[in-house]
Design a protein around this ligand. Structure first.
Ligand code: GDP
Length: 191
């Protein structure tokens, strides 16, 4: 039985993960303003509140979900908020991350290009078995769309990522994002 040593789990404090209860570090990356904080608040608190900001460094938010096979996954979510200004912290931020969620805004092509930069960063510095998700947020703003669904899908496929479009505002696909990530996590072996 080798539960407890799971690739991608935080080596610093992954001690309470076992076959049925995974605990994973999830890092959020993406341009400022794409909606990272709103996605987290929607997922954790079920609210859309653009005025509240998650503070960097001080703490992280966590949320546990149950899967159909009775496994639970506790996400410890690290929001970047302003992280770009602290490049020296990047290795600490990536270390032990089992999941990387890279967010762009479908109305902002620059944020899509920046997302590709973050993907490369994670491929370079993240653990080899990291689960990567590409998220096109603000999908409620269809009339202002400037990044096509096809562009998102193609880039994600090329890079072995899971792709989804979300809206933190309407809650569209927010829970699905985290459920799909949970399904893709490497599982500890129970034999
Ligand atoms: P962050 O810098 O990536 O953490 O972005 P925030 O979460 O602070 O959001 C930036 C702005 O985008 C805020 O004004 C939010 O109200 C807005 N926003 C976030 N998510 C959505 C969304 O899904 N749809 C729309 N229409 N606006 C959003």
């Amino acid at each position: 039985r080798s539960a407890g040593r799971v690739g991608g789990l935080n080596p610093d404090n992954g001690g309470d993960s076992d076959a049925k209860n995974l605990r994973v570090k999830l890092v959020l990356l993406g341009d400022s303003g794409v909606g990272k904080s709103c996605i987290v608040l929607r997922f954790v608190r079920g609210q859309f509140d653009p005025t509240s900001k998650v503070t960097v460094g001080a703490s992280f938010l966590s949320q546990t979900i149950a899967l159909q096979d009775s496994t639970t996954v506790k996400f410890e979510i690290w929001d970047t908020a302003g992280q770009e200004r602290y490049a020296a912290l990047a290795p600490l931020y990536y270390r032990g991350a089992a999941v990387g969620v890279i967010v762009y805004d479908i109305t902002n092509p620059d944020s899509f290009h920046k997302a590709q930069y973050w993907v490369k960063e994670l491929q370079k510095h993240g653990s080899p078995d990291i689960v990567l998700a590409l998220v096109g947020n603000k999908a409620d703003l269809q009339e202002k769309r400037e990044v096509s669904v096809q562009d998102g899908i193609e880039y994600a496929e090329k890079n072995g990522m899971f792709f989804i479009e979300t809206s933190a505002k309407t809650a569209d696909n927010i829970n699905q994002l985290f459920e799909e990530i949970a399904k893709r996590l490497p599982r500890p072996s129970t034999t």
